[in-house]
Design a protein around this ligand. Structure first.
Ligand code: ZN
Ligand code: ZN
Length: 184
């Protein structure tokens, strides 16, 4: 059993990078965690040598459209299967030192959001602040890195029940979308 500690830096906060890592790990039955740090993202993951190699390759191949990876550093160590992580989780951010990571830019509205915007049945119909993991404001909202809702101007707006349900659903486009909001 191998444990890999993977440090990633670049524009990877607020672009659906942690949700991607969550999906890549859980679809392969790998366990561990992913967390934002001030400088990027840290992943700890347990599995066989071969599983971990494929996992790292898939990070590069499947990275989200708005993400750009500058550096990816892998450190492997042998572990006792008894201490293996039991599940894969998205952890709260790890505060580390004073480094400030690259700040993700704002991007214009994506096609999925536009479709919702013009759908009278959608709760975000004509809602000007519509956004998702693939689009919307980042730079404008960020007060300090890591990019997490409590460290942005969104901290003043608690999520409604529906927004929260989307935020915690790994299959939803707004899974861990920090700027998610709606008229409610
Ligand atoms: Zn969008
Ligand atoms: Zn809402």
């Amino acid at each position: 059993m191998i444990r890999a500690r993977i440090g990633v830096s670049g524009i990877i906060q607020g672009v659906g990078f942690r949700p991607l890592i969550y999906r890549l790990a859980t679809t392969r039955d790998l366990t561990g965690y992913v967390a934002n740090t001030a400088a990027g993202v840290t992943i700890e993951i347990d599995g066989s040598e071969q599983d971990l190699e494929r996992f790292v390759l898939s990070i590069n191949n499947e990275k989200p459209p708005l993400a750009s990876i500058d550096q990816l550093h892998v450190e492997k160590s042998e572990i006792d299967p008894a201490v293996k992580h039991k599940s894969f989780e998205i952890h709260a951010s790890i505060a580390s030192g004073n480094r400030i990571g690259p700040i993700t830019p704002d991007t214009d509205v994506c096609d999925n959001c536009l479709t919702e915007f013009f759908d009278p049945e959608d709760r975000r119909y004509l809602y000007p602040f519509i956004n998702c993991t693939d689009c919307g404001p980042r730079y404008t909202l960020i007060e300090i890195t890591p990019y997490d809702r409590p460290l942005t101007s969104m901290k003043h707006f608690p999520m409604c029940e529906q927004c929260r349900a989307e935020y915690i659903d790994p299959l939803d486009r707004r899974f861990h979308a920090q700027a998610t909001c709606c008229p409610i």
